[in-house]
Design a protein around this ligand. Structure first.
Ligand code: ZN
Length: 376
């Protein structure tokens, strides 16, 4: 098989010869192609897709597999399925289902790890977001270890609030055990953020969301995390969770090198607009892919594919297409320590890649096509 297109990273036209699942030859091409070639997208925070909810009471291995397949249609090749605050039993079931899916041939290579978001977060309205207050609790290392055992060590990100009792020693243990500690759903003060970073925290989870509707102008936990050069920031760039100017400002403060796009999608992503039941509440999925509590303006989750975040990042952040693509490929891969394996396209590598069309005038991506040939 031969693919001719423009490498996103360099803008150079190339021809890729693919045989036995490998790029056996990468040569410069004189052919002008409308096709762009990038690595598959990496989503480090996703709760569901295409009707499959990873945090449903009855989640099955099949749900996880079908969710992975649904995200592939939108260009996401790798992900960290995300388990959110719930009872120990419900979270365990989700973790087990994901772990078992990771062993399924042709599915497992897409699962780079499990992101556990909560339950060790702020119980306050605002920072807690949509996480159920009933199940928010202080960090419990034994509980986390039980989950890690169920996951066979695959939990690679844990989002927690550094200000709650026991959080800093917990972050130290996460780091010592090779888990990325992420700050999120937090009501931290300046010293809490500083202590978390000193303890080894490396990521701000969906910075600017999971926050109070109104906060002290400065200092506050958003500025403190923006100013920390040690922290990556993950951003939900769906056009609803963060206004365009906030996206632009955050990308400038963090620079592309420390910015990561996430979908943070709920299972309604990829579904038709309309009214749905979601965790016993009625929600509405709007035509512009916003999930709201029905009849209100309250956000109830994101419903984009990560690839839509890439388009929006170009538009809102006024950054180039290659920069925007790197926020969903090289940067998340770098955070996870796998940039060398999945963040680039080289001769001799497995033919894992994404092709798409880019409409410069409308700054829109179309026809994403994922080639995922081998595990990393
Ligand atoms: Zn969250």
């Amino acid at each position: 098989m031969k693919i001719v297109g423009k490498l996103v990273e360099t803008g150079v036209n190339v021809a890729l010869d693919i045989q036995d699942r490998k790029i056996i030859k990468l040569t410069l091409s004189r052919e002008e192609s409308q096709i762009w070639i990038a690595p598959p997208l990496v989503d480090i925070q996703i709760n569901g897709f295409g009707g499959h909810d990873l945090n449903a009471e009855t989640v099955s291995v099949d749900d996880v597999c079908q969710m992975v397949e649904a995200t592939r249609l939108t260009g996401t090749g790798y992900l960290c399925p995300t388990v959110v605050t719930g009872s120990a039993e419900r979270m365990s079931r989700s973790i087990e289902a994901i772990q078992q899916a990771a062993r399924v041939p042709n599915i497992g290579q897409s699962i780079l790890g499990i992101h556990v978001e909560g339950p060790y977060i702020s119980s306050e309205d605002g920072p807690r977001g949509a996480h159920p207050k009933l199940h928010v609790r202080p960090p419990d290392w034994e509980e986390f270890q039980r989950w890690q055992e169920l996951a066979e060590g695959q939990i690679n990100i844990c989002t927690l609030a550094p200000e709650i009792d026991g959080a800093i020693p917990f972050i130290e243990k996460l780091v010592k055990n090779g888990v990325i500690a992420a700050i999120g759903h937090t009501n931290a003060v300046t010293t809490d953020i500083k202590d978390a970073v000193t303890a080894g925290a490396r990521l701000s989870t969906h910075l600017g969301n999971g926050a109070h509707a109104q906060i002290h102008r400065h200092p506050n936990y958003i500025w403190d995390q923006l100013a920390s050069d040690d922290l990556y920031a993950s951003l939900i760039v769906d056009g609803h969770h963060l206004p365009p100017n906030v996206v632009k400002s955050m990308l400038r403060a963090k620079r592309p090198q420390k910015s990561i796009l996430i979908s943070d999608a709920v299972h309604l992503a990829g579904m038709k607009p309309g009214r749905y039941q979601f965790t016993s509440r009625e929600v509405e999925l709007t035509k512009d892919r916003c999930v709201k509590l029905y009849g209100t303006d309250y956000l109830a989750g994101s419903a984009i594919g990560l690839i839509n975040g890439v388009e929006n990042a170009v538009r809102f952040g006024q950054i180039s297409l290659p920069q925007a693509v790197s926020l969903a490929t090289r940067q998340p891969a770098g955070l996870l320590g796998v940039a060398d394996q999945i963040g680039q396209i080289r001769q001799g590598d497995c033919a894992n890649l994404l092709t798409f069309h880019w409409d410069e005038q409308n700054q829109a991506i179309s026809d994403p096509h994922l080639y995922l040939n081998e595990s990393i």
